[in-house]
Design a binder for this molecule. Structure first.
Ligand code: HPA
Length: 275
């Protein structure tokens, strides 16, 4: 059985009407604390999520909840500032909705970013980690149910993060002088942070970083045949790795610190992909 996705069509048509000559090729999801890039987009059209049919309004501090279309480095992009988290009560399908809309508007590359806790002992707050694989511990999948028209039923996940885009990111990081590391991102449901025992389990499983987002968007993008690249901003040590308790304020504060190198990385990436 296949089904149409009415929310996608309505959202894309409303947004499309406002875009003028902008034809976004790359969709960029901005994680907690990384939203400032949305303000640097040229010839920007800002559309609050509240004005987009089918989009619920986003609630987390540090998430503005708007779509911004325009250009970066002479490439048309669509930035999604604020995302729909499962811990807010959204379904995985809703978390993937902005990706579907960006795809309907023409984007074929998805760049995801997030705030994450460092699970690998050598990661430090402020590190940027290129995501080279993921572990879905949300136990939710946005593709469950009838096939949405155009979706691959059984998306191949042997390289969820496109190898070529990953090597572009590596090269760009060197070119623009932003130190990066690479690793596996594990997503949990949240909203409570992990226990020290859970962090030990994650490390044992092969995770380098842990967060509460991103994977539903990546799964949606893969079902649509989009190529994906992503970066985790390490905002804290995983629970139990220091004596400090975790707080969301810390996550937002580190986001502030990395926003400049993060922006350089994304700009370099967009310029290279647009080439
Ligand atoms: N755990 C889960 N999600 C997070 C963390 C963390 O330590 N830091 C930022 N997002």
């Amino acid at each position: 059985m296949t089904t149409a996705a009415p929310d996608v069509a309505a959202a894309a048509s409303l947004i499309g009407e406002q875009l003028g000559g902008c034809h976004p090729r790359i969709a960029i999801i901005l994680g907690s604390g990384l939203g400032q890039l949305a303000d640097r987009i040229e010839r920007a059209t800002n559309i609050p999520y509240a004005d987009i049919p089918g989009f619920p309004s986003s609630t987390v501090v540090g998430h503005a909840g708007r779509l911004v279309a325009g250009s970066i480095e002479a490439c048309d992009v669509i930035a999604l500032s604020g995302r729909f988290h499962l811990y807010e009560g959204h379904s995985a399908a809703t978390a993937g909705l902005p990706v579907r809309v960006a795809h309907a508007l023409g984007a074929r590359v998805l760049f995801v970013s997030n705030a994450a806790g460092g699970v690998r002992a050598t990661l430090r707050p402020g590190d940027l980690m290129l995501i080279d694989d993921h572990i879905n511990l949300m136990w939710r999948n946005p593709l469950i149910g009838p096939i949405v028209g155009g979706d691959e039923r059984f998306p191949d996940m042997s390289a969820p993060y496109d190898r070529e885009l990953l090597s572009i990111l590596r090269e760009v990081a060197l070119d623009v002088g932003v130190p990066v590391t690479e690793g596996v991102y594990a997503a949990v449901l949240g909203p409570s942070y992990e226990t020290p025992a859970e962090v030990r389990m994650l490390r044992w499983m092969g995770a380098d970083a842990v967060g509460m987002s991103t994977i539903p968007e990546v799964l949606t993008a893969r079902a649509l045949g989009m190529r994906v690249a992503g970066v985790s901003c390490i905002t804290n040590h995983g629970a139990g790795m220091t004596t400090q308790p975790l707080s969301h304020d810390e996550v937002v504060e580190i986001g502030e610190r990395v926003k400049e190198p993060f922006e350089r990385l994304v700009r370099g990436f967009v310029a290279r992909v647009a080439d």
